[in-house]
Write a protein that binds this ligand. Structure first.
Ligand SMILES: [Zn+2]
Length: 302
């Protein structure tokens, strides 16, 4: 088959012991996709590092230079939640390259994935909460400027509000940002997206899916996108350490199905990134991400 998902071992670099970010999920997910026959080895492509010219469309030159040269001030490093290292820089450049390339593949084949990505808390001139570069933001800007698309939608269903992305496209009418997230959790200072839907804590599957149906209808009607970036966060799962919603694994799968069916109905190519996922059992996070692949591939390739 044509490769449809980016993947490389650098996605899962080793972090200090007890670091809360579950890097291992990227190794587990890739293995599980193959083991369960969702994607064969030839379904993956190795991403290239994103070029600076694309990155600085949305990030400040100064931030990118300091970050690449490992010269960020200590406070800025702490805010990212990652150590400052060449390996971390390389990982982020590869992830961003993966989302950029996925945009080309989606436009050709309907759907494409980044096995990581969805780093929506990265702002114009700082990184935050495990997000160093805004891979989706960089790719959306690339789609407008290089691929000459007139309208792009960022559909962010990670449990946390997409504050970085909202800032980047505040005054960019070609990019519509929509965030459906849990109310009352991080980030404390929300930044308005074009459409924000804040759900009360402990919202369960039925209420979530009903709201999502309505939101998709509204957004697809108003944005009329030629390409969608979908951040399919697994941190909407009940019991997530950093989330506050209460979806089951099945609910998450139904969520993905709603998104892909809507895209297919409206003929919108979709780039899928994984977003967060911090359930105490990493296997649950892997299951949710795996089902996202399954739903997308089923709809577009069956
Ligand atoms: Zn999140």
């Amino acid at each position: 088959m044509n490769p449809v998902s980016s993947w490389c071992r650098e996605y899962a670099l080793a972090l200090p012991e007890k670091h809360p970010f579950p890097m291992v999920k990227y190794l587990m997910l890739q293995a599980q996709l193959m083991e369960d026959g969702v994607l064969a080895a030839d379904g993956f492509f190795t991403p290239q590092e994103a070029a600076e010219q694309h990155i600085i469309r949305v990030h400040s030159q100064r931030y990118v230079e300091e970050w690449r040269n490992l010269r960020l001030p200590e406070t800025a490093v702490r805010r990212t939640g990652f150590p400052q290292s060449a390996e971390v820089v390389k990982r982020e450049l590869l992830i961003t390259g993966g989302t950029l390339e996925a945009a080309h593949i989606a436009l050709k084949h309907g759907v494409a994935f980044n096995l990581a990505g969805g780093t929506h808390h990265a702002h114009h001139d700082f990184g935050a909460a495990y997000c160093l570069l805004n891979d989706v933001g960089i790719s959306a800007a690339y789609a407008i400027h290089e691929l000459k698309l007139r309208s792009v939608l960022i559909m962010d269903l990670d449990v946390h509000q997409g504050d970085g992305t909202a800032v980047l496209f505040k005054d960019v009418p070609e990019v519509f940002t929509c965030s459906v997230h849990g109310e009352g959790i991080w980030p404390r200072n929300k930044v308005f997206s074009d459409l924000d839907v804040a759900l009360p804590a402990s919202t369960r599957g039925t209420a979530y899916l009903n709201q999502l149906k309505k939101t998709l209808r509204t957004v697809l009607y108003s944005a009329r996108p030629e390409l969608m970036f979908y951040i399919a966060g697994a941190d909407v799962l009940e019991g997530d350490k950093l989330g506050n919603l209460a979806l089951s694994e099945v609910d998450c799968q139904l969520r993905d199905r709603l998104v892909f069916e809507a895209c297919k109905t409206y003929g919108i190519p979709v780039v899928v990134t994984m977003g967060g996922g911090y359930a105490p059992q990493v296997q649950k996070v892997v299951n949710v991400h795996k089902n996202t692949f399954r739903e997308g591939l089923y709809l577009y390739h069956s």
